[in-house]
Design a protein around this ligand. Sequence first.
Ligand SMILES: Cc1ncc(COP(=O)(O)O)c(C=O)c1O
Length: 493
Amino acid sequence: MDRNRLYNNIINDRREHPERLNANFERIREVAEIVLEDKAAGIIGKCEKDIADSRTPLTEKQGNIVVDALVDKSSPGELKLLADMLHDSEISTGEAISLHEQFKIPVSHLEADIVPVRGKGAWITDTRGKTYLDMDSNYSATNLGMSNPEIALGIFNQANQLISMKEDRVHIPRARFLKTIQPMMPSGLTQFYWQNSGGEAVDKALKIAKAYTGNKGVVAMEGGFHGRTHGAVAVTHELKYRKPFFLENEDWVHFVKFNDVDAIENLFLEGKAKTVILELVQGEEAGMRPADRDFPKRLRDVCDKHGCVMIVDEIQTGFGRTAEKKDQWFASMVYDVVPDIMTIGKSFGGGYPITAVVTNKDISSAMQPGYDGSTFGGNPMAMVAALIATRQMRESDLTTNVIERSKQIMSGLNHLKDKHSIVSEIRGLGLMIAFKLPSAEAVATLQKEMAGNGVKTSLSTREWVRFLPLLVITKADVEHLLKAIDAALSTIH
Ligand SMILES: Cc1ncc(COP(=O)(O)O)c(C=O)c1O
């Protein structure tokens, strides 16, 4: 039995796993060294002469030689672990990283210290079998867990029935989702246009606002972040994101200080803009800075007074992340405002890519057939994932967990601030939380220490350590987190 399982995780049965390759020798060596430690060298030495290239998938004959050698020297427990780790990946950690370094356009800093292969709840396991509490939830995309059997089954069923369908055809999964999503939305925001990424949703929101106002000007916030597509970058404040693409002097974009209603009103009065875009908690670039309590309502009044469009980007804040009360699905609900246009994204596919622009009937009518289009927007797989994910959010009372875990983290951090003087400030809303250290170097050291203690906190903004945990994070997970922060802070005093 164990021999068969080990063999099947090396020589892949394509009928069972069409997505996999046969394992190569480099991966088998890596796994054997982790599981069998000193015994591994002898086994590897015995097989090496039969394998010319350690990165080429093994043949059946080579697979049998390796399996015989492993079975001969391993206990049943070791065999199970070998099979499990080969199931997690048939490619070695080193090869996976070098393939990315060799062939991937280097648009971001590769986090090459771990290669995640599996996850459950708020935890991820890497190719080396190490487990970490994940504190960034893939930028808030996997709020419902690092794996999700119900969504997996829904996607599998839908892929077998109808895998894709273009935006301009009616299909049942989209109709079904339109029928069920409405109660979660702020009142009046009833018109949806589905997209695949946050940047795309922001671009489409800007197009809709321009079509409606007949004015190309847009006011955006200092410290704001809206994504990496051309339009989204243009309204993102950080110069290093705009300058390489000649987007630092767009005549239609006007930046003002976050919370400065007067500056926005002046731009409206001068006729320079009729649209404003903002996050209610500035996440990526400002380090979890919530808007002043009265700012969104004052801005709402100014937009109403001048007939201007208020776009709230809820791509990160949405679907319960910032809740202060039960069923506050959006930060707009926490601040008690209804935007004219809202961008939503990240987590409502439970990890499957799906985003949207949402608006009211009046603004929506500015868009005419032919103004836009999308091949994959609102495709059947995404709609199925979204239906299941949003139902899980409601049925599991997700916002109550957000409220409780937020309180637990905030009170734990306040306690740690009293204990460790290098923590100077804590801020956030719901499960968007950050604390401040003296320097970016101190943040990097803390993150490294925490990874050693089984917590991955990849996110930071200069001297701010940012936490964006999965919304299903448990009480015990938070206790683990706080202990890891405490231990790490003690080492960098
Ligand atoms: C507020 C906000 N808007 C837009 C985006 C862009 O989303 P995506 O990476 O899906 O394009 C992000 C991503 O972090 C975001 O935080």
